[in-house]
Design a binder for this molecule. Structure first.
Ligand code: TRP
Length: 498
């Protein structure tokens, strides 16, 4: 049985290529708007304390676990879990299925918004009221998730472009597609971000925003919610529990520095967030200054930040404002694309490991399904659907996968055994602290996040949506993908039988 998945496995050409691809997956839309907002909401600079604690106590250990697992078993997430214990193959499938047929479907729609806004930047199409423009004109928002409304043509068009780009990149495989794309996209992303940061910091009043971003309010650390938010952000941001890092690591050569790569990827991702925060806050400070408003009045969260507050700020910039807009949305586009290709690859490698289908057919089929499935999020009610699906998949799906993978590797497979494997190839050796994190600490932290989400769920309906919508769209999305995972794992492995 141990033969499958081993033959003709693709490999990264260089270690840098692997690291850039892993960082590309980690750095996404969430690093830019979500992190900045979380800092603001949770005690400014003080938020960096729980954030970095979460990075070192959970983020890096779990990254080492996923890299180690993929590298040791030389398999996508279902194959790797299968090799650890055939009973757990479903877990590997579930992760890649709900990310491929859930998270990336709406994520690609948000990338499509970025693409549209990139074009809108050329003549500042959002006009004087970006709020009305975004919600009414662009999204054609309906009254609730039960009212789907019509498909928004520009969003649909953007979605098509996003899937074509995904397809073009992943079609050519690990080395010629993903590695090459990340080697271009990532350095460009870093340079463009740096330009945006410097530009933003030179706008009048930028300092006001930065002070708001970083002034620490240590009192807030007593609030457990702040800690939960820090751990959840680290988890989502580092692509953990997605089955992605396992697949990426399976393309590593035998002798490779796993721990070093995990440290670079995880720390690189967090430093990027921190730096991008200066661009966001510098711009908000500028906007508050020009409009003579207190900074709290110009702040908004998540999509409001990228598609309402930022466009407003762009219009206010006196020189080269259009270029500023193009720069910002290009950054979002690159950050988003390098994440979406990563799950496409993780799912593709899972299907190839299991059924031995032709790579090009698998990628093409997945892109068509991804595009068609995403159409629901391009409708007038799409934003509500997106919000509900995102809430359920990230608060429960990812967290459950994270807990189970820690327990499985930590206790069943034995953390010590994995640590010895990782240490046998890595330059930087990890100690017993890692076993503690994987066996006890991380499952406990994720368990607390899970229970607190469940508690909130039961005390009041998420987002004020009707309960039936939450059940049908959110909970059932999780269940259907879970059933899909169980069904697929009941098929036998066809890898070597062609
Ligand atoms: N880390 C990304 C972010 O911060 C999210 C992400 C990672 C993602 N992998 C993904 C989203 C795959 C969609 C598909 O935004």
């Amino acid at each position: 049985m141990e033969y499958f998945g081993k033959s003709h496995r693709a490999q990264w050409k260089t270690r840098t290529g692997f690291i850039l691809a892993a960082i590309g997956s980690a750095i996404g839309l969430g690093n830019i708007w979500r992190f900045s907002y979380l800092c603001y909401e949770n005690g400014g600079g003080a938020f960096l304390i729980p954030y970095f604690i979460a990075l070192f106590s959970v983020g890096i250990p779990l990254m080492i676990l996923e890299f180690g697992l993929g590298h040791r078993e030389k398999g996508s997430s279902p194959l790797s879990f299968y090799k650890v214990s055939p009973k757990w193959e479903w877990l590997g499938w579930w992760a890649v299925i709900f990310v491929m047929f859930g998270i990336v479907m709406y994520y690609a729609v948000v990338i499509s918004w970025c693409f549209n806004y990139l074009i809108y930047s050329f003549n500042l199409s959002w006009g004087d009221d970006p709020n009305k423009f975004f919600f009414s004109k662009f999204l054609g928002l309906t009254r609730g998730p039960g009212e789907i409304g019509d498909i928004r043509a520009p969003v649909l068009f953007g979605l098509l472009i996003v899937w074509i780009l995904n397809w073009v990149i992943v079609y050519f495989g690990v080395e010629k597609g993903i590695e090459r794309a990340n080697k271009i996209l990532m350095p460009l992303l870093f340079i463009l971000t740096l330009i945006l940061v410097i530009w933003s910091l030179n706008l009048p009043g930028a300092k006001k925003g930065v002070i708001k971003y970083l002034t620490p309010d240590f009192k807030i650390l007593k609030n457990p919610k702040v800690w939960i938010q820090a751990f959840s952000q680290i988890f989502f941001s580092l692509s953990l529990g997605f089955g992605i890092m396992i697949a990426y690591a399976s393309y590593l050569p035998h002798k490779t520095d796993i721990t070093g790569s995990a440290f670079i990827t995880a720390i690189g991702n967090c430093i990027y967030s921190f730096i991008a925060g200066f661009a966001v806050w510098g711009t908000l400070g500028y906007m508050a200054t020009v409009q003579n408003l207190p900074i709290d009045k110009v702040v908004s969260q998540s999509i409001g930040l990228a598609f309402v507050a930022y466009p407003k700020a762009i219009s206010l910039i006196p020189t080269f404002s259009k270029l500023f807009g193009v720069l910002f949305f290009t950054i979002l586009l690159f950050a988003g694309l390098s994440s979406s290709i990563s799950i496409l690859e993780a799912f593709t490698s899972a299907v190839i490991d299991k059924f031995n289908y032709d790579r090009k057919t698998v990628v093409s089929t997945l892109c068509v399904i991804g595009f068609l499935g995403g159409i629901i999020f391009t409708t007038g009610g799409g934003l509500f659907w997106l919000d509900i699906v995102d809430h359920f998949l990230t608060s429960y799906g990812l967290v459950i996968v994270g807990i189970l993978e820690c327990l499985l590797i930590g206790w069943y497979f034995k953390a010590k055994r994995m640590r010895e494997h990782v240490n046998s190839v890595s330059e930087f050796k990890i100690g017993k602290w890692w076993d503690f994190s994987v066996k006890i600490f991380t499952p406990c932290v994720l368990g607390i996040i899970f229970i607190s989400s469940l508690y909130q769920e039961l005390s009041k309906p998420y987002g004020g949506y009707p309960i039936t919508s939450l059940i049908l769209i959110g909970r059932d999305w999780l269940f259907v993908t879970l059933i899909g995972a169980i069904i697929i794992s009941s098929y036998s492995w066809r890898s070597e039988k062609k």
